[in-house]
Design a protein around this ligand. Structure first.
Ligand SMILES: NC(=O)c1ccc[n+]([C@@H]2O[C@H](COP(=O)([O-])OP(=O)(O)OC[C@H]3O[C@@H](n4cnc5c(N)ncnc54)[C@H](O)[C@@H]3O)[C@@H](O)[C@H]2O)c1
Ligand SMILES: O=C(O)C1=N[C@H](C(=O)O)CCC1
Length: 271
């Protein structure tokens, strides 16, 4: 049985993760944590998530509960994830990170910690999105430089980072396949006299509205036809169950930085 800690337990994903941990075979909830100043500290994690009473009260300091978990699942915000990363490194725990919005320097910090502990880092843990990442490689290979590529994503009004981590990953996959540097060719929104579109641009558009769980479309548009590869999430359980699958897969693995492509056996990496 893998005992997981869930950080950000009262958040939108935290609650879905508690529910998923309760129903996933081979996984047990060990600890659930929230901001130390949260008024929910002490309340029962299961009741909070609508999963029944678990007798697991929310804690504010995970460091004091290292003996209650083997692996930490973190869907919070970048600074919190990095504090949790330091804890996992110190205590030799595996980590599954779903948080998005990391700077390149923060990603580097995660990569360097992964020389000491096993980490799955993925901006989207749904099987469908990870299948889309594979389909995008094929689409970019076949359609190549003959098409305009635009990535459109839509999320709920509470989301704080843009473009979404998934949209950026989709852009990276397409750019890598086409031998482009995303830092050079990405265009984030357009306004005013933006000029004609250079063919090599990869455009990003972000919508924020209501309770949209997460939608992504990558458009490959030519003269006379266009291909769209898209995904719509209708429940956060799809991400939460993906995180459980990642937790089970990464437990006992050697230190390394893994992603959902590795978890699902879709990776091109030679291991
Ligand atoms: N990888 C994926 O599949 C996937 C899916 C959905 C969301 N996400 C990402 O997960 C992150 C969280 O999303 P959300 O919608 O659940 O956000 P949220 O704001 O609802 O939840 C974050 C929670 O973290 C808590 N928190 C803040 N400081 C903390 C601390 N020091 N210790 C413990 N908890 C702390 C907050 O109080 C909050 O409850 C975002 O970055 C989002 O983009 C990733
Ligand atoms: O709700 C969110 O926030 C989501 N964020 C991820 C991203 O940024 O790609 C995945 C989908 C949900």
């Amino acid at each position: 049985m893998i005992r997981v800690a869930i950080s950000g337990a009262a958040g939108r994903m935290g609650r879905a993760l508690i529910q998923a941990a309760c129903q996933y075979e081979g996984i047990a909830l060990g600890v659930a944590s929230e901001r130390p100043d949260s008024r929910l500290i002490g309340s029962d994690a299961g009741e909070l998530a609508g999963a029944g009473t678990l007798q697991i009260p929310l804690v504010g300091n995970l460091r004091e509960h290292g003996d209650a978990f083997d692996l930490l699942i973190d869907f919070t915000q970048p600074e919190v994830s990095l504090a949790n990363l330091a804890l996992c490194k110190d205590q030799g725990k595996a980590m599954v990170i779903g948080t998005t919005g990391f700077t390149p320097e923060q990603r580097q910090e995660i990569a360097s910690a992964a020389t000491e502990i096993p980490i799955v880092l993925a901006p989207n843990m749904s099987v469908g999105v990870n299948l889309c990442l594979k389909l995008l490689e094929t689409a970019a290979q076949v359609l190549g430089d003959e098409v305009d590529i635009e990535i459109i994503e839509a999320h709920h009004r509470h989301k704080v980072d843009a473009p979404s981590g998934t949209a950026l990953r989709m852009g990276e996959v397409v750019a890598e396949t086409l031998g482009r540097d995303l830092n050079q060719c990405a265009v984030y929104g357009r306004l005013g006299f933006s000029g004609q579109r250079p063919r090599e641009s990869i455009g990003f558009s972000s919508l924020r509205a209501g309770d949209i769980v997460g939608e992504h479309t990558v458009m490959f548009a030519a003269e006379g036809e266009r291909v769209e590869i898209g995904h719509k999430a209708s429940s956060r359980m799809t991400f939460a169950l993906g995180a459980m699958r990642a937790s089970q897969w990464v437990s006992g693995k050697p230190p390394g930085l893994y992603d959902m492509q590795d978890v699902l056996g879709l990776s091109k990496k030679v291991s």
